[in-house]
Design a protein around this ligand. Structure first.
Ligand SMILES: NC(=O)c1ccc[n+]([C@@H]2O[C@H](COP(=O)([O-])OP(=O)(O)OC[C@H]3O[C@@H](n4cnc5c(N)ncnc54)[C@H](OP(=O)(O)O)[C@@H]3O)[C@@H](O)[C@H]2O)c1
Length: 301
């Protein structure tokens, strides 16, 4: 039997450029660390350039190299600026990793609900703008929380519903997963060699929980890792790394941890909710994102 995929299976990344959003913290930082150690050039796209520079120094040069670029994914102008800065440069892999979770009701500078703006519209606009430059693949970062999400295309900004932070987060992660599936389908239809994947880390202790009521004191974090309910950031980054680098993964795959409840463990292709596999909602979600961002990837459905 083939043994489980491990970080040692990541091949030589020399000559490849990988754009990682939110690369200064948690999963993005660990992903960057491994990719640079294997020779990739990683563009750390961060909202705070000083944090990006600190992360780039912490990662070191390894066999590869780094550069820092600024982006606030909750602002469509900022996303357009990043896309403009990178115009015409080949990008092998785009990892839509940055995200927020469980924030109180807040609006972005463009007036959108903040999870929807940061986790969905920003990554969509970035992907659509950079797609002609993407030579290999796009990776969308979802979550087991996609299972509590519900897409309401008539009210994506939650103006006509009571705001509930966890459903708002789960819905944004459901949208990421569905955009990953939809992009895979549209790329195949277009005859493009580029691929689209989604991945989730299970439960990884990072800064994500530290802004929320889920924040635990250090001994609690330690205990969860000991009993394998949670893993560290490097463990959580493995499914993302697998989706970003595996050569033999069918396009449209969703990768997550293989342990109980998909919380921890080596990466493997996993299933997703029935709602996430609704083709018609995937198609309409893509159109709605084009309409809300004013950015089109020019891919027919
Ligand atoms: N950790 C888990 O258990 C878990 C589970 C399921 C899914 N995920 C997903 O994994 C991804 C990474 O999360 P993480 O756990 O590594 O959390 P993290 O340590 O909090 O990292 C999140 C990153 O996103 C960046 N970010 C947040 N808002 C941004 C914005 N408006 N513009 C640009 N960058 C922004 C953060 O920048 P700052 O440092 O400046 O805040 C940070 O670099 C997220 O998409 C999350 O939904 C995580």
């Amino acid at each position: 039997m083939r043994s489980a995929w491990s970080v040692q299976d990541v091949g030589d990344q020399s000559g490849r450029t990988v754009l990682v959003t939110g690369a200064n913290s948690g999963l993005g930082l660990e992903l960057t660390r491994t990719l640079v150690s294997r020779g990739a050039h990683v563009v750390l796209a961060c909202r705070d350039v000083a944090k990006g520079e600190a992360a780039a120094s912490a990662v070191g040069r390894g066999a590869g190299s780094t550069e820092v670029a600024r982006v606030d994914l909750s602002s469509l102008d900022s996303v357009a600026e990043l896309a403009n800065t990178l115009r015409d440069r080949p990008i092998d892999v785009l990892v839509n990793n940055a995200g927020i979770m469980g924030v109180p009701p807040r609006r972005s500078v463009d007036g959108h609900e903040l999870h929807w703006a940061t986790n969905v519209l920003g990554p969509f606009a970035l992907t659509a703008a950079l797609l002609p430059q993407v030579r290999d693949r796009v990776v969308w970062v979802s979550s087991q929380m996609h299972r509590i999400g519900r897409i309401d295309l008539a009210d994506p900004d939650r103006e006509h519903r009571r705001y509930e932070r966890w459903t708002a987060y789960g819905t944004s992660k459901l949208a990421d997963l569905m955009l990953g599936y939809e992009l895979a389908r549209r790329l195949v239809l277009a005859g493009s060699p580029a691929r689209s994947y989604a991945a989730h880390p299970g439960y990884a202790i990072t800064h994500l929980q530290r802004h929320t009521a889920l924040a635990l004191p250090a001994p609690g974090e330690w205990l969860l890792q000991r009993v394998r309910v949670a893993q560290d950031a490097a463990g959580g980054a493995r499914p993302l790394l697998h989706a970003a680098t595996a050569a033999d993964l069918p396009t449209g795959s969703y990768v997550g941890p293989s342990g109980p409840g998909e919380l921890t463990g080596a990466p493997r292709v996993v299933g997703s909710s029935a709602a996430s596999r609704d083709r018609e909602v995937q198609r309409r979600l893509w159109q709605r994102c084009e309409q809300m961002t004013g950015v089109s990837a020019g891919l027919a459905d």
